[in-house]
Write a protein that binds this ligand. Sequence first.
Ligand SMILES: [Zn+2]
Length: 471
Amino acid sequence: MKNKAFLLILIISFSFLFSCFYVNYFLKNIYVTDFDDYDEVEVFKDYSNKKINLCYGNKVNCKSILYKVKGSVNTKRIGTYTITYIADYNGVHFSKSKKVKVVDKEKPELSVEGSFTNVCPNGKTENVKINATDNYDGDITDKVRYKIKDNKIIYKVSDSSGNTTRKEFDVNIMDNKGPTIILNEENIIYLAVDSKYKEPGYVAIDDCDGNVTENVKVTGSVDTSKKGTYELTYSVSDEYGNETKVNRIVKVLPKNDYKPGKLGNKTIYLTFDDGPGAHTARLLDILKKYNVKATFFVTGYDNRYNDLLKREAEEGHTVGLHSYTHNYGIIYSSIDAYMEDLLKIQNKVKEYTGIESTIIRFPGGSSNTISRRYRTKIMSDLTKKVEEVGFRYFDWTIMSGDAGNTKDPNKIVENVTSGIKEDQPNVVLMHDIKSYTVDSVERIIEYGLANGYTFAPLTMDSPVIHQRVNN
Ligand SMILES: [Zn+2]
């Protein structure tokens, strides 16, 4: 029994060994060596792993055979491709596939050029040139992002495959400028009592935060039912905490004082009193050269220059009325005396210009005190009277100093230009009977034009410029 069992085991063992031998030696098949079912290839590179080794035979003796490839790999385009190897040989069919992935592992190129000495807290910089290109995506400058961290600005860009390039720079973070508030219309607004105040609006721009108009707070109010000066304050802060405040003045005037027309508005009204005289023609030549229109408050006692009245009007200037006699003792002795003198100069101007002028300037201005010598309260009466009968009187806001303080044209230029302000009416008192005044005019005009001012003649619609009446 023992021998029989041994024999059986022996037979089984032999059969097994034989069958292994048979399979390996006599049973033929198609074999492939070193086959990977997954390949990766960098975009734009050649895909060279395409070839495989296929053979027909057995492990001891195997001969190479031809095969077909189905599918292809486009190495110019990122993606996953499948290729299948197929062979039919001696009735044996072979088919095997592999995945080939075309990938982009190259980082984009990022160039950042500029200065980082002053960088806004939000990272906004000026004059920084950024450029990003990727081997696969092309220009990806618009994908560049930046952030501020630990006094560094970090620029970052990723391509569509997720490859990221970073550039870091040390920065000096600061916003040392508050927003700029620009008020629409004038900084000084004049209204008549009982009219409506409508906020003309404003814009606020910050160099770092951009448009911050909606953060502007307006404080103060205007009560148009009462005459008075009201102040509105516009304030806004940027995110860094820099605050800007600007004011607007709203002057509510009694109805009689209010005349439409804008004050300020970068306008200069040059006014010349006491002429025409020996230097007026030269002055007119200068004004003509610059196409500047002015206002002449003329006198009537010197008939040598009557033709210049005509020329003043013809060349677009306003011929206003100063006084026929310019004699304080006469004109300020009574209302009647003043009115008589005024109508006399009005007639003379009409004779030479054809214009019935109603624009006047009191000798000495409405605030003069010299008139007290001749009649008390005469200026209080006259300022009312002339307006009642349809005249409009103008004082000034800037004294050139040519009526006594100085004879130096340089000093006159300085007096006038230092008084000129954007946000106030600039009515300049000068005298065209003085040669040194005429000497100064060209430089005053050039200053005004260079600084964006317009020169205008006074008209009945010009802003009301009245000084305080002192008598
Ligand atoms: Zn005068």
